[in-house]
Design a protein around this ligand. Structure first.
Ligand SMILES: [Zn+2]
Length: 353
């Protein structure tokens, strides 16, 4: 990956964006995409829409959600410990012993998530399920009064951010889900700028996916596309302790996963697959029998229906501090989307027959 795209990826990964608090990342997206898009707009919900050839036909929306999971301060006790509730789907099991950052009005503040150590757990507590209310955030300051000078109720919290490159062209960072989706849809637009597109392209950094596909719902209604392709992460299954009989085979480095099933328009799936074959881009098929938990779901049933597609990047350890993806997969996913969009013309028929 060349320097400029990598720097963009690193900067969005290292900027907090829990659902409802995405604008710091959206500012970076706007600043970078000004160079490549014909037009950039932020809607009232906070979605950032970068467009190219907006008079073209049909209208194609690419959606990558920029929000990440996190925590929110719900209650501060007399000793100054912070009690938190999740933003999005968080497994409390992964939380004890974690370094976190509280994003306050006056800037970031470090904290740790505490729990009684193993020595002090009762036998029946060892190995038992961890409940969110049994955990607290410790910012190293004593007493509610002093703590309230630093933080406020509803301040968002993320895992301590930071992107590392390691291993076989891999990266690890919290919040790869799904800032890599924003990266891919914006890279696809950057690459498509050099092409003579017949369609109109709208690459959208959507908000609030983790709490119910909310940003894609409003952005899609506003843009009124005929085609909507979501880019998200999917579970890699190439590690121990996962049953491929239930979850299929998804390999890191094996290329983008193209979803097929009820949430997906057949023409969109065919276009993605035939483009991957023609351009020799490795790909994997993901069988999705029902509505997916992605922006593709919201887009498909927007207004009177949108031809939906879903392309996913294999991800290990989703919704933890150490999410992993392959940079090679990211580049291949952006290429696949650019090449696919370049093949869409006003004559492409998306009506199932
Ligand atoms: Zn997620």
């Amino acid at each position: 990956m060349t320097k400029e795209p990598f720097e963009f990826l690193k900067s969005i990964e290292e900027t907090p964006s829990p659902s409802g608090f995405e604008q710091p990342v959206q500012r970076i997206v706007r600043r970078r995409m000004k160079k490549y898009a014909d037009h950039i707009q932020t809607d009232v919900h906070g979605n950032v829409i970068a467009s190219l050839n907006s008079k073209g036909k049909p209208r194609v929306m690419l959606a990558g959600h920029c929000d990440q999971i996190g925590l929110m301060i719900k209650y501060i006790d007399d000793d100054g410990y912070l009690f938190v509730v999740p933003i999005g789907g968080l497994d409390p099991t992964v939380l004890p012993g974690t370094r976190v950052t509280i994003h306050t009005q006056n800037g970031p503040l470090e904290g740790v998530i505490g729990r009684r150590p193993v020595h002090l757990l009762k036998p029946e507590e060892r190995g038992a399920k961890v409940e969110m209310r049994e955990l607290w955030v410790d910012i190293g300051i004593r007493g509610r009064k002093e703590v309230e000078k630093k933080v406020a109720l509803a301040d968002p919290i993320t895992f301590r951010l930071g992107l590392e490159r390691f291993g076989d062209n891999m990266i690890t960072s919290p919040g790869l889900d799904n800032k890599i989706g924003v990266f891919v849809v914006m890279e696809a637009l950057r690459m498509a700028k050099a092409r003579r597109l017949q369609c109109a392209l709208f690459s959208v950094s959507t908000v609030q996916e983790e709490i119910g596909l909310r940003g894609a719902t409003t952005a899609c209604f506003g843009i009124e596309p005929q085609v909507g392709i979501a880019v998200d992460v999917t579970h890699a299954t190439d590690y121990p302790d996962i049953d491929k009989r239930s979850f299929g085979s998804v390999k890191m480095g094996g290329g983008p996963c193209i979803a097929v099933g009820a949430n997906i328009n057949p023409t969109v799936a065919d276009l993605l697959i035939s483009t991957a074959k023609a351009k020799k881009i490795p790909y994997q098929i993901e069988a999705e029998p029902r509505g997916t938990g992605t922006d593709a779901n919201a887009m498909q049933i927007s207004r009177s229906g949108v031809a939906a597609g879903l392309v996913s990047v294999p991800n290990r350890y989703m919704h933890t501090q150490v999410e992993m993806v392959s940079l090679t997969d990211l580049e291949n996913t952006a290429r696949l989307l650019c090449e696919t969009v370049a093949r869409i013309t006003p004559k492409t028929d998306f009506i199932p027959s």
